[in-house]
Ligand binder design. Structure first.
Ligand SMILES: C[S@@+](CC[C@H](N)C(=O)[O-])C[C@H]1O[C@@H](n2cnc3c(N)ncnc32)[C@H](O)[C@@H]1O
Length: 262
């Protein structure tokens, strides 16, 4: 298997509850259970956070179409922003890995990416497309041990969390990163929260607001850009979507798991 081994995943996944433990391997094997040393003594991710929601249902039900729409998207400028901060052979967590496009990119660059996503069908596609390890889990409550990763990538995934959950999720992400590790996040610029006609829930952020949230969650903002994506519509027209792209660094003395609220 390319990337991390199952043993590495077991080591990383100290909070992975058994019922949701799952890893896809590039040779087609699927492991249903990762034996984790600490998961029995910790609170598992329960039905509240893994339960049905319309966003998840969309990514499960439309996985093939979503994969085809996004697996070849060129994110060169965002990859460059992130990769400038990576050490050779970095262990990278791709939060909401979708098609596996970015797992493939980072592995090609000599890194060791692991994808986490709550859509089981997309995880399978991502594992096959990238040849990298993927883990079923919820980015609201990342199931990894403290300082497991050298870097985190979250393109268009944290935007699906409600505003009320983002601070806690970011503090958990900070805790599973080494001090000084970079986090790239791509979010939609705007105001409020909405559920679109496909059932996808999105939270929009103002640039200052997003900077403040990162700073309150133990990250130092290194770079923040606003970009306009021109997305082609079925009728031949275009939709303009403003994005925030941020690169933030975990501050040293990051709150460890033991300091996080249960
Ligand atoms: C807009 S897609 C982006 C996918 C990929 N990062 C990309 O840039 O193409 C959002 C992804 O995040 C996943 N996702 C959304 N909310 C999640 C959650 N709470 N836990 C785990 N995955 C989540 C979805 O299943 C989907 O794959």
């Amino acid at each position: 298997m390319a990337g991390l081994t199952l043993r590495d995943l077991a080591d990383i996944g100290d909070r992975l509850a058994r019922w949701q433990s799952l890893a896809y391997h590039s040779d087609g094997r699927t492991s249903q259970t990762i034996s984790c040393r600490l998961c029995t003594s910790r609170r598992s991710i329960g039905t509240e956070t893994m339960g049905p929601d319309t966003t998840r249902r969309y990514y499960e039900g439309s996985s093939d179409a979503y994969f085809l729409q996004t697996c070849e998207r060129d994110l060169s400028s965002y990859w460059a922003m992130f990769e400038a901060h990576l050490k050779p052979g970095s262990a990278i967590i791709d939060l909401g890995c979708g098609s596996g496009r970015d797992l493939k990119r980072f592995a090609k660059g000599g890194h060791r990416p692991v994808g986490i996503d709550y859509s089981l069908p997309l995880l399978g596609l991502a594992a096959r497309f990238s040849g990298q390890a993927t883990v079923l889990g919820n980015i609201r409550l990342v199931p990894f041990r403290a300082e497991a990763f050298d870097a985190a990538w979250a393109m268009a995934s944290l935007l699906h969390l409600p505003r009320s959950a983002i601070g806690r999720a970011l503090r958990q992400i900070a805790a599973c990163l080494k001090p000084g590790a970079p986090l790239f996040a791509g979010l939609k610029l705007g105001i409020g929260e909405e559920t679109d006609s496909l059932g996808r829930f999105t939270t929009f952020y103002a640039a200052d607001e997003w900077s403040d949230i990162l700073a309150e969650s133990n990250f130092s903002v290194y770079d923040l850009q606003i970009d306009i994506e021109r997305r082609r519509l079925a009728d031949g027209g275009f939709q303009e979507i403003p994005w925030i792209a941020s690169l933030a660094i975990v501050r040293s003395g990051s709150m460890r798991r033991s300091h996080l609220p249960a």
